[in-house]
Design a protein. Structure first.
Length: 422
């Protein structure tokens, strides 16, 4: 009897455990609705325009798929060229970017061109077409194609027989990802990168930049200062022999005063700007403080400057990256003679011209508030490179009211140089 009793209990316990486990249940569910929107991938060529000045040829043709532009042109003489623009249009809803760029001559990737040939495919503003460049949905990028017979070549560079050249430029667009970048077209002097600004100036596509536009520049230990477009014109007088190039082309100047320094610690103007300690200072300490991408665009400039009273001295010519302005580059002397005013003792007054910025403000020897510059927020004096031929020690500078004056080279005054980009 005892064994049967134990067996019965064990069975009941097992049944009880089974029943309890089956009653404890939980259902977990993830429920959602996904809508996949319709999209369109549609990048194609459109709107071919032949540039004026091109040799006569049939208008380049776009194929039915709108992915290929074909052209045929004959260049008869050195100087002949053919140029056209064509739009790369993204009419789809998905951003595209360039994944590959290829340029070939007679089926071979171009590394060098024949000496008689010029060939380029860029954006219409001269920016290079490169990998990862973005083409946003609904936007257009305009390409410029130019092929030319070089004009300034030697007789040995001329082809001895007629040449047929097959030139192919290919761009592959894919869906844009996190590597996509905008091409960097010039938009404004204040916001564009220095690389964009320099390239726009060099390629002649700087029309969005205007005289008087400003941009801040971080100069490290010198702090942050403001650069200003001071000049964009190149009149015929700039081609005159012995003419200073300091107010010709694209000139940037500091709109404020960077720091103070003497022109020459020994209080002399012997040797003029060319021999001054200031020239060394601005072309080393100041120049080296500028961002590398800006320095890459600064060119050597022929600088003509006046001399002091020392016997035998004539005007000086130097080649500089950075330079101080001269009297005439700031003021127009309006007294009508050379027996008084700044053109009396600045011997290089006639060897340069007034910068566009000061000319636009009508800065003269009788109206000069437009020449005021500030140091740390206060109107202050700033040096010019012009020596005074009435003394052996003085250089001209601008006083706190914008008027002209001159003082001993050993004095401390403001430093506010200029430079050119072309």
């Amino acid at each position: 009897m005892q064994r049967r009793y134990l067996f019965t209990v064990l069975v009941l316990l097992l049944l009880g455990i089974s029943l309890g486990y089956a009653l404890l249940t939980t259902n977990l569910n993830i429920v959602g609705t996904t809508v996949v929107k319709d999209n369109k991938w549609d990048i194609y060529f459109d709107n071919v325009q032949v540039s004026s000045g091109s040799v006569t040829a049939s208008t380049p043709a776009i194929d039915t798929a709108k992915t290929t532009v074909s052209y045929s042109v004959t260049l008869n003489l050195p100087g002949d060229y053919f140029e056209f623009t064509v739009d790369a249009k993204n009419a789809g809803t998905i951003d595209g970017m360039i994944s590959a760029v290829s340029s070939k001559l007679n089926g071979t990737e171009i590394t060098t061109l024949p000496n008689y040939l010029e060939y380029s495919v860029t954006y219409s503003d001269g920016i290079a077409i490169q990998n990862n460049h973005l083409l946003e949905a609904g936007k257009t990028e305009t390409y410029k194609v130019r092929v030319g017979y070089k004009k300034d070549i030697s007789a040995t560079d001329l082809p001895s027989t007629e040449q047929t050249l097959n030139l192919t430029f290919s761009v592959t667009y894919v869906q844009a990802d996190e590597n996509a970048i905008k091409p960097g077209h010039p938009e404004s002097f204040e916001t564009d990168s220095w690389d964009t600004i320099v390239n726009a100036i060099k390629t002649g596509n700087a029309s969005v930049y205007n005289v008087g536009d400003t941009k801040e520049v971080d100069m490290g230990t010198f702090g942050t200062h403001t650069l200003r477009i001071a000049n964009t014109s190149t009149p015929n007088e700039c081609s005159t022999e012995g003419f200073s190039q300091t107010a010709c082309g694209f000139v940037l100047e500091f709109a404020d005063i960077i720091t103070t320094h003497n022109m020459h610690s020994t209080s002399t103007n012997v040797g003029g700007w060319s021999a001054s300690e200031m020239r060394t200072y601005v072309n080393t300490d100041i120049y080296n403080s500028l961002p590398t991408e800006l320095k890459n665009g600064i060119i050597d400039t022929t600088v003509v400057s006046g001399h002091g009273i020392t016997a035998g001295e004539t005007n000086f010519t130097s080649t500089d990256k950075l330079y101080l302005l001269s009297t005439h580059e700031v003021w127009e002397d309006v007294d009508g003679n050379t027996s008084s005013g700044i053109d009396r003792y600045d011997t290089a007054y006639a060897n340069t011209r007034q910068l566009d910025y000061y000319k636009g403000l009508n800065v003269t020897t009788s109206s000069y508030s437009g020449a005021i510059k500030q140091l740390n927020g206060s109107n202050s004096y700033w040096w010019l490179r012009s020596a005074s031929s009435s003394r052996a020690s003085n250089f001209y500078d601008v006083d706190s009211s914008g008027n002209w004056t001159n003082r001993s080279a050993g004095s401390t005054s403001g430093v506010s140089p200029a430079f050119r980009i072309v």
